[in-house]
Design a binder for this molecule. Structure first.
Ligand SMILES: [Zn+2]
Length: 253
């Protein structure tokens, strides 16, 4: 069995992590769609870092849910498996899914990388502040708070969260990993869970994995999405409710 699973914010939301959409996504009355941009970071890196520090804390306090568990279980049974997630949290990993079976196409919120050069810090330290390990120097904050912005140990430029912001390109290496997986053959099962599939590349990849719908294309989402009309099976339930059942059916069959 060759399986591709695509997940989005809905799967994390069921662990209590707010999505960018709707009122819950707002932070200090600021719109995430405006904060998660290179422009916002250039204008006020401290503010953006404060937002990410709080988000990191919230993710650390959250637990994987039954959807994460079911996907990790399916990965163990499938001969070939890839999870393509738009989520930047670590809940899939904490549910037991190995890194080599997962692509975080929008990056990893716990990575801190230079805004100018290639230097990055993958530490997952317990501090709610931006990581300021021995290799990172902080500059004196200018706006009256003590958070500061970490600076690159190599070139001195401000460090930034290792995520893909609105208007930025997807990470080339991760795109290649998806392309390579799809090039090796079509999938018997494609599951798309907890995403409205608003990004064209998500729809394209899901359809490429299941050309002519030879296999199953299962959509698990409470609402209709742009992928719904292509699905061979629609499950209008939350992922944590539906996925354990679907995975047990697939493993049993
Ligand atoms: Zn640098």
């Amino acid at each position: 069995m060759r399986v591709l699973v695509l997940t989005g914010a809905g799967v994390s939301a069921e662990s209590g992590i707010p999505t960018f959409r709707g009122k819950d996504g707002y932070w200090r009355n600021l719109d995430p769609a405006k904060l998660a941009t290179p422009e916002a970071f250039a204008q006020d890196p401290e503010l953006v870092w404060q937002w990410y520090a709080e988000r990191r804390e919230r993710i650390r306090a959250a637990q994987p849910n039954a959807a994460h568990g079911a996907i990790a279980k399916l990965a163990q049974y499938a001969e070939e498996f890839l999870l393509l997630t738009q989520n930047v949290d670590d809940l899939h990993a904490r549910a037991g899914l190995p890194n080599d079976k997962m692509v975080q196409i929008h990056g990893d919120i716990f990575v801190t990388r230079c805004s100018r050069c290639e230097f990055q810090d993958k530490g997952r330290g317990g501090s709610p502040k931006p990581p300021m390990s021995g290799r990172l120097r902080s500059i004196a904050p200018t706006s009256g708070n003590d958070l500061g912005v970490p600076r690159c140990a190599e070139c001195g430029a401000p460090m930034r969260p290792g995520v893909v912001w609105f208007g930025e390109q997807l990470p080339w290496n991760e795109v290649q990993r998806v392309e390579n997986f799809l090039d090796r053959g079509s999938c018997d099962v494609v599951i798309v869970a907890g995403t409205t599939a608003t990004f064209g590349y998500i729809v394209d990849w899901a359809l490429r994995a299941s050309p002519d719908r030879d296999g199953d294309l299962i959509e698990v989402n409470p609402e209709e999405t742009s992928l719904s009309r292509f699905a061979t099976r629609l499950v209008r339930e939350p992922a944590a409710t539906a996925l354990p059942r679907i995975v047990d059916e697939l493993i049993g069959s």
